[in-house]
Design a protein around this ligand. Structure first.
Ligand SMILES: Nc1nc2c(c(=O)[nH]1)N[C@@H](CN(C=O)c1ccc(C(=O)N[C@@H](CCC(=O)O)C(=O)O)cc1)CN2
Ligand SMILES: [Mg+2]
Length: 365
């Protein structure tokens, strides 16, 4: 929304919202067309303290908000707390199922190799299963084991009626064929949603996958629980991995967003992200998305979990996302932190998929 003075055309930062200037002081002129506003009110930014906004008189439609980024205004999307709520819901459902039909859901996890991060994720999955009442079964195989051994374990879990969900922790050692291993999990127990039939169904209109991959499902769940409208919005997914970027784009499309995918060969990615109402960043590049890439008021979901050296931390590193949080939180309307954003949702969605599987197999609703 614009407001005109004698020499300057003034635009609120978010021209698509009903942002309005309640008062401004044109006496307070600064060089190069910079004007200090006393107050800016917008549904997305809330009541703001005095700000400096740069305007381009010659081309009023191209507004610049660089200097508006003076303080945090984004709502923090608290994945840790939402994941806790979901785990409580799952606990209640599992207890109802156990008391009504005497079934306890079971999840089998296969870990191959000695990656510390994978071992941590598997340990956390096991702990979370225990806390909601899912029985977990774990197989740990050495780094140099044969692919056939993994396939044998999968086959045995496929045939085990106590097991309702099976997952193979990724990444696998490089001598293994990841696709043949994922193909071996029967689709009715594919709680990671990585089987090509489940992914194929996700991509098809009018077809439903039995399971949706946990991290992208968690991203959409966060948007829903924070009442973010998706329908008709411009959504940009950064990254096209099989386990996050690609299924996230398919899910957003199913929610009637207009979806673009930015990847390593995209030219001028910031021109595309600047149009986005919603960004899901999943590239594994620390702080890649800068403040200048973001449209004011955008909702940002950061899937990146990147360790960066930090000698002040006990572990010698800290985790940062793919989005530069310090810059982005001043421009976005909502943002997930790292850690504590999408990560905890991945495990919550795994528990949810395992419960769904047990209910479906036992015809319990
Ligand atoms: N078979 C699978 N493999 C992998 C998946 C997956 O969904 N299925 N996803 C990731 C790893 N992952 C779960 O497996 C996972 C990653 C991160 C988190 C998490 O809670 N992260 C925390 C930070 C953790 C830390 O302090 O180190 C956070 O973001 O707050 C949970 C699960 C790859 N492999
Ligand atoms: Mg993840």
């Amino acid at each position: 929304m614009a407001s005109a003075s004698s020499s300057l055309v003034l635009f609120a930062a978010d021209s698509s919202s009903s942002a309005r200037l309640t008062s401004f002081n044109t006496n307070n002129k600064l060089p190069n067309g910079v004007v200090q506003f006393k107050r800016l009110i917008s549904p997305q930014f809330g009541l703001q303290k005095p700000k400096t906004i740069m305007t381009h008189v010659s081309n009023p439609l191209s507004y610049c908000v660089a200097s508006m980024a003076t303080e945090a205004s984004a709502k923090v999307i608290d994945g840790k707390s939402v994941a806790k709520d979901i785990q409580n819901e799952i606990t209640a459902e599992i207890s109802r199922m156990k008391s009504e039909i005497g079934v306890v859901p079971g999840l089998a996890v296969i870990l191959v190799g000695d990656r510390k991060d994978s071992a941590t994720y598997v340990r956390n999955k096991k702990k979370s299963c225990e806390s909601v009442g899912i029985k977990s079964y774990e197989v740990c195989l050495p780094q140099d084991c044969r692919e056939e051994e993994v396939l044998e374990h999968i086959s045995s879990f496929n045939n085990d009626p106590a097991v309702h969900g099976i997952l193979v922790q990724l990444p696998l050692p490089s001598h293994m064929n990841e696709q043949s291993i994922l193909n071996a999990v029967c689709i009715e127990k594919d709680v990671d949603g990585f089987h090509p039939l489940n992914i194929g169904r996700l991509a098809m209109r009018g077809r439903e996958p039995l399971f949706v991959p946990c991290t992208p499902k968690g991203c959409i769940e966060l948007l829903h629980r924070y009442n973010v409208d998706i329908k008709g919005k411009n959504a940009v997914v950064i990254g096209r991995s099989n386990i996050v970027g690609m299924p996230a784009a398919l899910l957003l499309q199913r929610e009637d967003a207009t979806v673009s995918i930015v990847h390593s060969k995209t030219k001028n990615p910031q021109e595309i992200t600047k149009q986005a109402d919603i960004i899901i960043a999943a590239v594994g590049q620390p702080n890649m998305v800068r403040g200048s890439w973001i449209k004011p008021g955008a909702v940002l979901i950061d899937v990146g979990i990147n360790p960066v050296e930090d000698s002040t931390r006990p572990r010698g590193y800290r985790l940062v996302g793919d989005i530069c949080y310090e810059e982005a939180c001043k421009i976005a309307s909502a943002i997930t932190p790292v850690p504590g954003g999408v990560g905890p949702m991945t495990i919550a969605m795994l528990l949810s998929n395992t419960l769904t599987s047990a209910k479906r197999i036992h015809n319990f609703s």
